[in-house]
Ligand binder design. Structure first.
Ligand code: PMP
Length: 326
C-alpha cells in the first residue's frame, strides 16, 4: 500500500495508488475520471506490471535472484520492468522495435538494462521472437511476455481496479481504456465486474489498428503515430478478451493530436497520445450515457492516462500535426 505521508524503503513502494482526477471536458451530469499513471516512479501505467509480475515470478520460482528478464516491449513496460528488476536483483534485457521513442530507450539504459532493437518492419512479433531467442541463449533467463501472461491483467485486477472502486465508492458506470496488450482494460474490468456485472466496457484503438477483426469488422490497416495502443496483428494479443468488451472505439491520429494539446492548455495534463485517445473515447461514452444511447449502471466514466507527454517531446507531440506525423 503506497503512502506518501511517511518515509518509504524503495521506489517500488511508490507504485500504484495514483490520483483519480476529473476530466473537465465531460458533459454535465456524467463525470469522467482519469487515473493519472505518470505518478508512478517510472512515470507510466507499466510500473504496475513490472512490480507485480516480477515479484510473482520470483515467488513462483520462474526466475531466481541474479537471473535475467528478457521482454519484448514498446518501451514503457521496459522501464517498469527495469525499475522493478533493479530493486529485485534481476538483470533486464529489452527488445524494442526501432520506431519507438528514444526517450524510453535511454531511460531503460539508465536503469541498468540492455536494449536490443529489432527492425520496425518486423513489428511486435519480430521483437517477441528475438526475445525468446535471447532467453534461450542466456542462463536462468525468463520472458515474462506481457502480451500473453495472465499476470499482466492480474496486476490491474489486483491494484488499478480496486483503487478505482474504492475512490468512487463502487459507483462505476463505464470503463474506457486503450489496449496494447489489453492488460489494463481486462484487469480493471475483471475487478469492477465482480461488484458491477453490467458496467459498460469500451476498448480504444487508433485508426489503422486492427482490433476490429475481433468484433467482426473489417478495419483498414494503416500506420499510426499514437504510441502504446492498437495492434497490427491480433494473433499477438492473447490477453485481449473481446467477450469482456461492449464496444471498440477507433480514434484518428489528428483528433488525438488536437486532444493532447487541449488537455495540456485547458486542463494542465501533460499526457501522451494514448491518454488523449482515452480522453476522447471517454467523452464519447459519457455523452452516450447523458443522452441515453448507452446503458450504464452509474453516470460515471473512468479512464486511464497511461503516461506523460515529456516522454515523446523528441517526436514533436506538441508541434504541428504534420511535424508529429513526420
Ligand atoms: N498507453 C501507453 C503509453 C502504453 O505504453 C501502453 C502499453 N503498451 C498502453 C497505453 C496500453 O496498455 P495495455 O498494454 O495494458 O493495454
Amino acid at each position: 500500500m503506497t503512502t506518501h505521508g511517511e518515509p518509504l524503503d524503495s521506489v517500488l513502494d511508490t507504485v500504484g495508488e495514483t490520483p483519480l482526477v476529473a476530466v473537465h471536458a465531460a458533459p454535465d451530469d456524467v463525470p469522467i475520471y482519469a487515473k493519472l499513471e505518470s505518478f508512478n516512479p517510472g512515470a507510466s501505467v507499466k510500473d504496475r506490471i513490472g512490480k507485480y509480475m516480477l515479484e510473482a515470478m520470483l515467488e513462483r520460482g520462474d526466475v531466481a535472484p541474479g537471473g535475467t528478464v528478457v521482454e519484448p516491449t514498446a518501451g514503457n513496460t521496459g522501464i517498469g520492468f527495469a525499475v522493478a528488476a533493479g530493486e529485485l536483483e534481476l538483470d533486464a534485457v529489452f527488445v524494442v522495435p526501432e520506431r519507438f521513442s528514444v526517450e524510453k530507450q535511454q531511460l531503460m539504459d539508465a536503469l541498468g538494462a540492455t536494449v536490443v532493437n529489432t527492425p520496425t518492419e518486423d513489428g511486435m512479433q519480430g521483437a517477441i521472437d528475438r526475445a525468446h531467442q535471447l532467453a534461450e541463449e542466456l542462463e536462468d533467463a525468463v520472458v515474462p511476455q506481457q502480451f500473453s501472461n495472465p499476470l499482466n491483467a492480474q496486476a490491474h485486477a489486483a491494484t488499478t481496479g480496486p483503487e478505482i472502486m474504492q475512490a468512487l465508492d463502487e459507483e462505476v458506470g463505464a470503463i474506457v481504456a486503450g489496449c496494447g496488450t489489453g492488460g489494463t482494460l481486462m484487469g480493471i474490468t475483471k475487478a469492477v465486474r465482480e461488484e458491477i456485472p453490467d458496467v459498460h466496457v469500451v476498448a480504444v484503438e487508433p485508426e489503422g489498428s486492427t482490433f476490429g477483426e475481433l468484433f467482426g469488422r473489417d478495419p483498414d490497416e494503416d500506420e499510426y503515430k499514437t504510441e502504446g495502443i492498437g495492434t497490427h496483428d491480433v494473433a499477438t494479443n492473447d490477453l485481449f478478451e473481446p467477450d469482456l468488451v461492449d464496444d471498440l472505439l477507433t480514434i484518428d491520429d489528428r483528433s488525438i493530436h488536437a486532444e493532447m494539446r487541449r488537455l495540456a492548455t485547458e486542463e494542465g495534463h501533460l499526457v501522451a497520445s494514448s491518454a488523449a485517445a482515452n480522453s476522447l473515447a471517454a467523452q464519447h461514452v459519457a455523452e452516450g450515457i447523458a443522452d441515453g444511447t448507452i446503458d450504464a449502471p452509474y453516470d460515471t466514466v473512468v479512464t486511464v492516462f497511461p503516461d506523460s507527454s515529456e516522454r515523446y517531446l523528441s517526436k514533436g507531440v506538441y508541434r504541428s500535426f504534420e511535424e508529429w506525423q513526420g
